[in-house]
Design a protein around this ligand. Structure first.
Ligand code: TYM
Length: 329
């Protein structure tokens, strides 16, 4: 059976971007593949989260994974730092990763621009750790949003480089999983690019109805169309992109027609959008609250996830160590 793997950093609550870009797809494929889904807590250290919040954030994402429909009987759900094989492979792969190529990564340049006082080596080698996550499970497919395309490309480069350098076939090349139409970028409500945890422009799976409605009603718009059938400016296109994710095709068509004949009322569009977002997220919110209270269940899930993840990872690490030349005395 082919292997699927993906992860999310525990740096805040999950939003619609994480859900539609990644998590919903994790859930949809878990019957058809051998699935490994983890919480990337080591990656989150690159931005120095506070130790007091660290565990709570991990627990939060775990509850959100389960609430969204990940089934620990089907998929291995684990915490990245519980699998030490990942960190050892990271050390080995770092020897084949070059400073120049790491410095050219778009996400690294972005972090340097926004956080010049915290350009640590973990940030530079972020793509190497991500490659280790993927390659240690010998994943064939990785469901991620558009923002991770470059990291995935680097994972392929590191896999090929290791195989070629040592003359082995230890790692298959991992590919982005295509759910039709290429990888997804869910926009934020502020008209500025993607929905993100640090952008403050998101709707969270754990938001209540009042909060969701307030956020959507405040979303940036313009003064409205004046020429029939004109192209939509980015801020309006963003609202339609969200509508397409959560609403029925009929609803989208209805507002499209209103846009085209210039009779659209943004207030109506937003009310509909908020209501349809609530339909998707409120049942998940309820389950998040319920699951978060069951610490015994959460402990059982991560224990069995860790065992499954380590069982597979240790075989890969053994092959990688052998390729590098480690031998027992
Ligand atoms: P992270 O935690 O930033 O995001 C988790 C997942 O959500 C997707 N995503 C989006 N998709 C569409 N539109 C958006 N606005 C949006 N925002 C987030 C991301 O593409 C991602 O799939 N480096 C990864 C975590 C990671 C990982 C891995 C993923 C570590 N190791 C190995 C896959 C395989 C990250 O920071 O994702």
């Amino acid at each position: 059976m082919e292997i699927v793997l993906s992860g999310i950093r525990p740096t805040g609550q999950l939003h619609l971007g994480n859900y539609y870009g990644a998590l919903r797809n994790f859930v949809r494929i878990q019957d058809k593949y051998e699935c490994y889904y983890f919480i990337a807590d080591l990656h989150s250290l690159t931005t120095h989260p506070h130790p007091d919040d660290f565990h709570a954030n991990v627990k939060n994402i775990l509850a959100e994974y389960l609430a969204a429909g990940l089934d620990p009987e089907k998929s291995a759900l684990y915490i990245q730092s519980d699998v030490p094989e990942v960190s050892e492979l990271y050390v080995l792969l770092n020897m084949l990763a070059y400073k120049g190529e790491l410095e050219r990564t778009a996400a690294f340049k972005d972090k340097v621009r926004h956080n010049p006082e915290n350009v640590n080596a973990g940030l530079l080698t972020y793509p190497v750790l991500m490659a280790s996550d993927i390659l240690i499970q010998r994943a064939n497919w990785v469901p991620v949003g558009k923002d991770q395309d470059q990291h995935l490309e680097m994972s392929r480069v590191f896999a090929k480089r290791f195989n070629n350098f040592y003359g082995v076939e230890v790692f298959p090349e991992p590919h982005a999983m295509d759910f039709g139409g290429g990888s997804l970028k869910v926009p934020g409500l502020d008209g500025n690019g993607k929905m993100g945890k640090s952008e403050g422009n998101g709707i969270y799976l754990a938001d209540d109805e009042k909060t969701i409605t307030k956020k959507v009603m405040r979303a940036v718009t313009d003064s409205g169309p004046t020429v029939p059938n004109s192209p939509k400016p980015v801020v309006i296109e963003n609202l339609f992109t969200l509508l397409k994710l959560v609403s029925t095709p009929d609803t989208v068509e209805f507002f499209d027609e209103k846009w085209n004949d210039c009779s659209i009322r943004y207030g109506d569009l937003k009310k509909q959008l908020a209501a349809d977002i609530c339909k998707v997220t409120l049942p998940i919110r309820e389950r998040i609250i319920e699951i978060s209270q069951d610490n015994d269940y959460l402990a059982k899930v991560v224990k069995s996830g860790c065992e499954r993840a380590r069982a597979n990872a240790s075989k890969t690490l053994e092959a990688a160590r052998k390729a590098v030349g480690f031998r027992k005395f």
